[in-house]
Each structure stands twice: as structure tokens, then as C-alpha cells.
Design a protein around this ligand. Sequence first.
Ligand code: AMP
Length: 380
Amino acid sequence: MSFESLGLSHNIISSVKQLGYLKPFPIQEQAIPFILSGKDLMGIAQTGSGKTACFVMPILEKLQVEVVKRDRNIEILVLVPTRELAIQIDEVFRVFTTNLKREIKTMAVYGGVSINPQMKGMLGVEILTATPGRLLDLINSKALSISHIQHLVIDEADKMFQLGFEDELKQLLALMPKKKQTTLFSATLNDKIEEINQLLGIKPVVIEVASEEANIDHIDQIAYHVTAESKGPFLRYLIKENKMTQVLVFVSSTRTADKLVDKLLKNKIRAISIHGQKSQGSRRDHLDYFKKGDVQVLVATDLIGRGIHIDGLPVVINFELPRSPLDYVHRIGRTGRAHDVGTAITLLTDEDLHHFSVIQKKMGKTVTVKSTDEVNLHGY
Ligand code: AMP
């Protein structure tokens, strides 16, 4: 199956070629023809499945032939639960608009930053990617209107509800026209998602692709048995001995993240952290530094366990074990994405061993736990 056979035109396919995509991913193959035909669709797919391009391509395909409008009526709205995802999706729209015949203005809006530039920039925006709260603020400030929405995309719908955006979503839906195309993505299909469809008043075509859980086969998982005392030195040993140049380290709290960065810096390992108590600006900058390779280690909480893509990330280390087995899978899924090979290393103390066996059972995979007794940590 080729991109051409999905009904995408030359302009969109030029971008696909530039990005080096050889053929459509399964979700794209199945969903794009439905989205192009105007059907409501629900995709059950994880990040990493190629779901962003899956809605970006058909939306632009249809929009490029439409008449340009230069007002504050948004026609295409993508709702997302987090600022990081908003920025990431807008970047994909920008890449795909570069080869189109006409200019299409896109924008991402989210909370935690000043609203004024967002209000000023809204004129002529055709595709808006937004978090619900900031979108409502902008509507209340009369910066834009969503009464002419033609296509609504809700990404990570399940997370949207977990994070309690239900009321905001209801308010937003009441401001949109009933007749519109809706495309939803969710990592899981559960009762809550059925409720969302009722709320939206749609009976979408449902497309499900293999979940990330099923796609962790190409991630090499290793676990090491450590003590509370040897954990820090062993992490530094791993990074230095293996000459790791780009490693994402997960911890469970903001405090540990900051403490760990201090320790790594003292040991001449370039590290930076990202967590909920950092400002939006610094979260974005830190992620950029890490993506560009300016720092070696990014220490993160589960804030970026989901939904964040770092091209070709070779290694993820769980410095602390997450409580939820699903979080474990999401964390390790930051590596080995888009069919790359990746390594996921987990450090376990005695207290973690039982819980790690629960995680292994849930993901249906066995990970060998290696002893570190023989490792000489002197000097680390
Ligand atoms: P997503 O699930 O949207 O986060 O996409 C995950 C990664 O897959 C991104 O880096 C995309 O650029 C990449 N990607 C999306 N579609 C394709 C494709 N057809 N071929 C190769 N890579 C792709």
C-alpha cells in the first residue's frame, strides 16, 4: 500500500518523502481513506503508531482546495490534554504545510504562558491545536470563535478524561456546530470512551491497531538489582561505561529529579530535568536541548512518559519503578519508536522486586534481573 493509493495528492506526498516515510503505518492505511471521505472516526492507537500524520495529512489534503478565510473563525480544531502534545502536533502541521500551494496558518495554544501573543496571533488561523482550558479563555476574550468548526480532532481522548477535562470539553462542544466531522484518538477503548462518543453525539468508525504493549518486542529490556546506596553510582557507571550520549532517565518525583540532576552534574555528566514544577518555557527548552543532543541526560517524571516523541532515542532508564504497569510500558516506549531498536534499563532494589514481577506479568514479558554485586563502583 502506498501513500498515493490512499488518495493523498502530490503536495502532501512531497512532505512524506522529505520526512523519509517509506509507506503508510497501519493506522494511516486504515484511517486516512475514512477521514478523507468525511466520516467520523475513532482510532485506538498509541503515540508512536503514526497517529499524528494520520489526521494531519487528510485534513491538509481537504483544506488545500478550500477558499482562504482571514478571520477569527477556526475551522479545524485539535484538542489535546497537554502543552507538549499541542506543540508537537502543530510542528507536524507546519512540516506538512510547507509544500502546499497555498499558505495555511496553524497555531498551538496552551496555558502556562502569556495569553496576549496567542490572542494577537489568532487572526487568519485555520488550524488550531489547543488545550481545553486556554481555548476557553481565548474564546471568552473574544480572540476566536469555534462556531464554524468543520473538523474536530480529539487526541489522547482517554487522557483528557483522566485529567478531568470533561467539563471544559462539554462547554466547548456546546459552542461548536452539531454538524462537523469528528476524529478521535485514544490509547484504550473503554466505557469512558463510549461515554465520550455519546457526549459528541457520534457513532464513529472504529479502527484499532496493535498497541504499544504489543510493539515492545524490539525494545531490549534489562533489569539490574541494586541497593539504595549503589543505585546512584551504578547509574553513573552505566552512563559512563557505555558512553551513553542520549539517555532519558525516569524518576517518580520532582524532588528526586532535581537531586539526581545535581548529582550527575557533580560527576560531570551533562543532565537536565523536566517535571511539573518547571515553567512551560523551561520544559520546552529542556526537551529541545535534549533532542538536539546539547545535554546527555534528561531526568523526567511521568509527565513526559506519554505522548512525547524523541527521534531515535537509544536508551531509557527507570531509576525508580513506576507504580502502574501501563506507565512502565509508556516510559520504555519512548525508545524503540517507529521500529527503531531501543534499550530499556530498570534499576531495582529489594523492595521493587515483587512489584516488577507484577509489571512483567501484566506486559506478558519476562525480563532477566542481573546482579550488580561484581561491578566495581569505585570512583563512580
Ligand atoms: P506519532 O504516533 O504521531 O507520535 O508518530 C511517531 C513517529 O512516527 C513520528 O516520528 C513520525 O514522524 C513517524 N511516522 C509517522 N508516520 C510514519 C510513516 N508512515 N513512516 C515512517 N515514520 C512515520
